[in-house]
Design a protein around this ligand. Sequence first.
Ligand SMILES: [Zn+2]
Ligand SMILES: [Zn+2]
Length: 227
Amino acid sequence: MRLKILGTRGNIPLSAPRYARHSGILVDTRILLDLGEPAYLRYRPRHIFITHLHPDHAAFLQAAVATDAEIYLPEPTRRFPAGKVMGRPVQSGSYRIVPVPTVHSLKARSVGYVVEKGRRRVFFSSDLVAIEQRYHRRLRGLDLVITDGSYMRRGGLVRTDPASGRPFGHTGIPNLVEFFRRFTSRIIITHFGSWFYQDIAAATRQIASLGDGVRTSAARDGLVVDV
Ligand SMILES: [Zn+2]
Ligand SMILES: [Zn+2]
């Protein structure tokens, strides 16, 4: 599989060249994971899988979009009635896309996606507090994980809803590396928070130093990765 990471900026006002666009990963020009910018439709993907209904991942929440792609969502929305709700794995040609429920927001349901082709398996999580134990088996044997770079500090920014006791927000990159390293030998960090923009060269080095046996690296807009 050839993956192109189209956008690496989180839902923040800061921006920089090569770290300017919102969430989107193109898989072999056929499948798009997240539609953070309407401009990504020019790649003419056949299937689009949205991780959650926040505007930096689902541009149609704030702008009209026209596409003949099938769009899969974690939950229905009036902003895009033609969207299909993701339930079981979806087959797209020789690709299989498997949803993995994630913990992120109190109001929006969220999923990550495993994309399989032959024996290759890639996982993209978007914004993340945690993944419940019961879904961990879906993550076994991954060739690559692409995940949330909102916070470098340990623990990130996770709050707890007093009514339900449910956590929400983003955990820290060190926590994500510790979690995912049991499933993969390669982790790419994307969806950068403001910490990253203070000193991009230092931030990139810091991410690369976290691996401890696993290859960790920072994405940039347009990065191509072969798996
Ligand atoms: Zn986000
Ligand atoms: Zn979000």
